[in-house]
Design a protein around this ligand. Sequence first.
Ligand code: GLA
Length: 698
Amino acid sequence: MTPAPAHHWLRPPADGSPARFAYGADYNPEQWPREVWKEDVRLMREAGVTIVSVAIFSWARLQPAEDRWDFEWLDEVLDLLHSNGITVDLATATASPPPWLTTLHPEILPVTRTGETLAQGARQHWRPTSPVFREYALRLVEAMATRYADHPALVAWHISNELGCHNIYDYSDDAARYFRDWLRTRYGTLDGLNHAWATSFWSQRYGDWDEIQPPRLAASHANPTQQLDFKRFSSDALKDYLRAERDVLRRLTPAIPVTTNFMVMGGTKGMSYPDWAEEIDFVSNDHYAHPGPQRLDELSFSAGLTHSIAGGRPWFLMEHSTSAVNWQTVNLAKREGELARDSLVHVAHGADAVCFFQWRQSAAGAEKYHSAMVPHAGPDSEVFRAVTALGRTLEALTPVVGSVREPARAALVYDWESWWAVERDSQPSSLLDYRQEALDWYSAFLSLGVRVDVVTTSADLTGYDFVAAPLLHVVPRALAGRLEAFVRGGGHLATTYYSGVVDENDHVHLGGYPGALRELLGIRVEEFGPLQEGVEVRLDNGLTGGLWTDRIEVTDPEATVLARYGSGDQAGRPAITRRVPAGGGSAAYVSTRLGGEGLSEVLGSLLSGAGVLSELPAEVRGRVELTVRTDGVHAYWFLVNRTDGPVACGTVAGQLMTGHQEAAEEGLVLPPRGVAVLRVATGASPFGPRVPGTAPVE
Ligand code: GLA
C-alpha cells in the first residue's frame, strides 16, 4: 500500500508551477558582516537554493541580556531572503543558552553520570528537565513566534537543534525528580517497580519513591532495568520538552508546520525517534557519512530507517555535508561524485529536501574546518560547482517530489529497546554491537540487489514476505505473538543469536533460549557460547563466524539444520537452523556473527526460499542500489552506482531524468558513483516485465 504524501512544508509556488525539492542549508549570517549577506543570497540563487534554516544558534544575539532583545538583524535577514525568493525554516533559537543565562541560573547545566556539572562554553548545555531552562526557552519561542508569525519567508519551524545530541543523559536532581514521576506513571505502585526492577537482587528494594535515583556512578553494575528505564525516561523527557516548544508554536502560528532535526542512527542512540515522529508535522533528519567499507550502506540504511520513521511520507534531509566534517578522527573530503550521490540516496529513500550544514564555511569557531556549500576557497571551487550542479539535478527531478517509496517485499527490523539493552554492561559479551549486526544484514541485502525496508518493531509486518530481525533481544510476549502470526500467515522470518531472550522488564524468558522465540524457531539453547575478540569458528558451509556461538539443540521435527559448526567448542552442532511449519512460512536462526559477506550467502538462499527476488539484472546486483518511488501513475527507479568504476546496466526502458548517466550503445552506463533516475509507468520495470519468480537471487 502506498501511503499518502503529506506536504506541509513544500508550499507550492504561487505561480502554480509544481512543488520543487527544497534545497539549501543552515544559514548563520550572524557570523558574517552585512556585505557578505548580499553575496550569500546572490550565490544561493545561483546554486538553486530554495530554503535555509536560520537562527539555530542565535539566542545570545537575539536576547543579549535577560531584559534586552534584538531582532532587527534577523528581520533584515528574513526580508533579504524573501525578496530573493528563498524560504525560511526558522529555528526557535533555543539550542544553546547564552552565558548570561547559565551565569544567572547555573542550575540549568546538565550533570553527568559521575556527578560532574557540564560547563557553558560549547553548546546544548542544558537539562532537558530543568523548569528554569524551560521557562526561559519558551519565552524565547514565544517571542520568535509572535514576531515572525506573518513573515512571508517563514515556511516551517525548526525546534531547537538535534535535541539530545550532547545532553540526552542528565543525572541531575531535576532529572531524578522527573524520573520518579515517570516511574510512578509507568508502574503505578512501588510493588510494580520492585518487581520490574527485580530489586530482591542485591538488596535494592525501594520503600519510598524518593529513594529512587537515576543510575548514577555506583560501586558496581547498576540495576539493569533501572538502566533501561532511565534510557526510556531520558528519551521521553526530551520528547516532553519538544512538545512544550511545539505547543507554543501551534498556539501562535497554527498554520506553520513544525519539525526538529533527528539524527537517526547518528552519534547517540538515546532518542527513540519512532516515538517522537508523531509529535511533529514532518520528519527531518541529519546524516553524516562514516568513512569505511560500509559508508554507503550505512547512509542508505539510515535513509531507509528515516523513511519508516516518517511513516512512509516524504521527509526532509535537514543536514549532511558537502565534503569533510570536523569531528571524526580523520575528516575525509568527499570524492568526486559523492556529494551528489549521497544526496540522491536520501532522495531515493523518500527525502523531498536536500540540505547541508552549512551554507558558508565558518572562518572561526569550532566548526571552521567543516565543509559547507560555499567553502573557504569561495565560489570558484569544485565544491560550489558540485553544489550548483546538484541544484540543477534536483530541478530536473521535480516530478519526483511528493512521490513515495514503493514498499519492498523484505523488511529489516531495527529495534531501539534491543539496541539499548544489548549494549549495556553485564551481558554475556561486551562486544555486542547492535547497529553493526543490523547494518551487516542490510549490506547483505544490498549485495544481492534486493530492496529492503528498514522498519521498527511497531511496523505492520503482514505485507512482507520476508523479515530479518537480527539481535532482537527484547521480545515482549505481544511481539513474539506478532512474529508467530507473521510466520503462520506464510511469512519468512530470520533472526540471530541473543534474540528473544528477555521481556520488556529485562527479565529472562525461562526454559532455555531464544526464550520467547524458542518454539517458533524450533530450537533450544541451554548456554550461550560467546567468543573472545578475534576468535573465529568455521561452519561446514565454508563460512566463518565470530563474536558468538550457541549450544543449539533442535527440538522441533519441522526444524532443519542449514549449517553446522566445523570448529570450536560447538563443532558438530547446528549453527544455522530453519523451521518450516505447515502453512508455508519459515523461521530461521543464525547463531553466530557472519558479517556482510557471509550473511549475503545465507540470506540469498533464505530469500530464494521465500520467493523474494532481485529486480535488477544479475550482472549489476551488488554494484547498483535500487530504490523505487511512485506517485501512483509513474514509478521512479533510482539506480545508484555503489562503485568507483562505470557500471553498464544494459538496455533500459523508460525516461531518463537525470544527467548522472551516459547513453551508450549498449544501453545505460552509470559513471563512477553516478545515479540515474528512470521514469516508467507504476508497476513496470525499466528492465523488462516484472514477473516475480523469473529471476532467482544468485
Ligand atoms: C550537527 C549540528 C550542526 C553541526 C553539524 C556538524 O548536525 O546540528 O550544528 O554541528 O553537526 O556536522
